[in-house]
Design a binder for this molecule. Structure first.
Ligand code: AMP
Ligand code: ZN
Length: 476
């Protein structure tokens, strides 16, 4: 039974989607005014792991992750660099999408604010008509927080004094009201509206785009915990006020922040590590595994050590995957299972149970990952030592199942693509030649072949009467 921690209730709740069998997820994506950094990846990979696990459990999942392509930060960046704001958006949204692809995070739809201006205007108009929003003399429109009786519950800020919103404007009724529509300032991009030219405030986009793609009620609303206040508090106020649906979102889920030296990684603190730079040092799959093997709610620290550890883990897992894949081609079906095989099977089944139990406990990916590493150990030791049809196939199936969530072994577990087969055969040929050299006691040449292959990332493993090999990503 899957349990999920809901930020709104501050407790674990049994997961039951609004529509049985279907899970609708909305995650707040980036404001594209700079390169995507490791902190962003922390949140995107965390929700990707959650989504993949829900799919593994058989749910039909639809995942929306927006791109904020109009905002003060974008306008400021364009002004600083004397560029068109659309150029800024284009450069950094490309960078973001490229990073997601490398991290193997596949989102179903990436809606952009500027493609939804019509719906945003309609939404705001309805809020005005219902008495939840007001037009100020400047032509800006504000949400009247006093008209929503549940404000502050998500963030736990129940005292009105704690509600002050960043955007300060003296024309607001109350300091905690927030902008739905910002009247045009000279030189800024704008769209026409019933209240005059302007552009949307930040919070409205997520209420509008989530309802367009997921309907008026959906299951999971995610983002980093930095968004709980004011962004998610505001989204909630405007959506519940308009839709009269409570709860609008069934489970609010927030990731723990990625920190560097004890501080949140963020552009404003000038401590960001752009993903495009990190990918020059570490394979994106190393970064993915590091993030996918952490619990989504913990505060994570960025360090070289943790990435080195992830690199070693990735090599071990991928090595096990290649080994077990190769073994599936060697074993023949057998009849009676030995006691030793039965004991390996029992152990594998126990590992599977632990993996699911961990993930069912609020997606505890860190503990689930430990199960995957246990499986790798068994493959290297017990299964490789005495491969049998039943244990090899079961281990292969299990690793494939875990990989549906981890997403770091797709290429090694899948049937090797045709163009790779000759490479495979060439390696086999070298291994054969080396074995012949060894039987002639030509150690010098046989060691030379081993060392050269090693340099290329092909690791040979000599066993009693045969040599196996795996390809390991070359350290950079
Ligand atoms: P932003 O572009 O800053 O609005 O961030 C886009 C997404 O990444 C949001 O869901 C943020 O909560 C998340 N995010 C930004 N910085 C971090 C960080 N240091 N750690 C974890 N998540 C972050
Ligand atoms: Zn949002």
């Amino acid at each position: 039974m899957l349990q999920v921690y809901n930020t709104l209730s501050r407790s674990l709740e049994v997961f039951e989607p609004v529509n049985p069998g279907r899970v609708l997820i909305y995650v707040c994506g980036p404001t594209v005014y700079d390169f995507s950094h490791v902190g962003h990846a922390r949140t995107y990979v965390a929700f990707d792991v959650i989504k993949r696990y829900l799919r593994l459990k058989g749910y039909d999942v639809f995942h929306v992750q927006n791109i904020t392509d109009i905002d003060d930060k974008i306008i400021n960046r364009a002004a600083e660099e004397r560029r068109d704001w659309r150029d800024v958006v284009d450069e950094y949204s490309r960078d973001y999408l490229e990073a997601l692809k490398k991290l193997r995070v596949f989102v179903d739809v990436h809606p952009r604010v500027t493609e939804h201006i019509g719906e945003i205007i309609e939404f705001i108009q309805k809020l005005i008509d219902k008495g939840h929003a007001y037009v100020a003399p400047s032509g800006s429109v504000y949400f009247d927080v006093d008209t929503y009786d549940d404000y502050g519950r998500l963030s736990g800020r129940l005292d009105k004094k704690m509600w002050s919103q960043e955007e300060f404007a003296t024309e607001k009724k109350n300091p905690y009201d927030f902008a739905l529509w910002k009247a045009r300032k000279p030189g800024e991009p704008y769209w026409d509206s019933p209240w005059g030219p302007g552009r949307p405030g930040w919070h409205i986009e997520c209420s509008v785009m989530s309802s367009r793609y997921l309907g008026k009620r959906f299951d999971i609303h995610g983002g980093g915990s930095d968004l709980i206040f004011p962004h998610h508090e505001n989204e909630r106020a405007q959506s519940e006020s308009l839709f009269d649906e409570r709860p609008w979102v069934k489970y609010w889920m927030h990731t723990g922040m990625l920190q560097v030296g004890g501080e949140k990684m963020s552009k404003s603190l000038k401590n960001i590590v752009p993903l495009k730079d990190l990918f020059k040092e570490y394979d994106p799959l190393v970064v993915r595994l590091w993030l996918a093997s952490a619990h989504y709610r913990t505060v994570l620290s960025f360090s070289d050590d943790s990435l080195q550890q992830a690199q070693a883990n990735l090599q071990r897992l991928r090595g096990a995957a290649q080994l077990v894949y190769r073994l599936t081609r060697e074993v023949e079906p057998s009849g009676r299972l030995s006691d030793a095989e039965l004991s390996v099977l029992a152990e594998l089944s126990d590992i599977r149970k632990s993996f699911y139990e961990s993930m069912d406990q609020d997606f505890n990916a860190s503990s689930a990952f430990a199960s995957a590493m246990r499986l790798a150990s068994i493959i290297y030791s017990q299964i490789a030592a005495k491969p049998s049809y039943t244990t090899v196939l079961y281990a292969y199936k299990l690793l494939d199942e875990f990989n549906k969530v981890l997403g770091v072994m797709d290429d090694v577990l899948a049937e090797l693509p045709k163009e790779l087969v000759p490479v495979d055969e060439l390696i086999n040929l070298l291994v054969e030649v080396r074995s012949a050299l060894r039987s002639q006691k030509n150690w010098e040449l046989s060691d030379y072949i081993r060392a050269r292959l090693n340099e290329l990332g092909v690791i040979l493993m000599d066993e009693k009467d045969k040599t196996r090999w795996i390809i390991s990503p070359r350290p950079k």
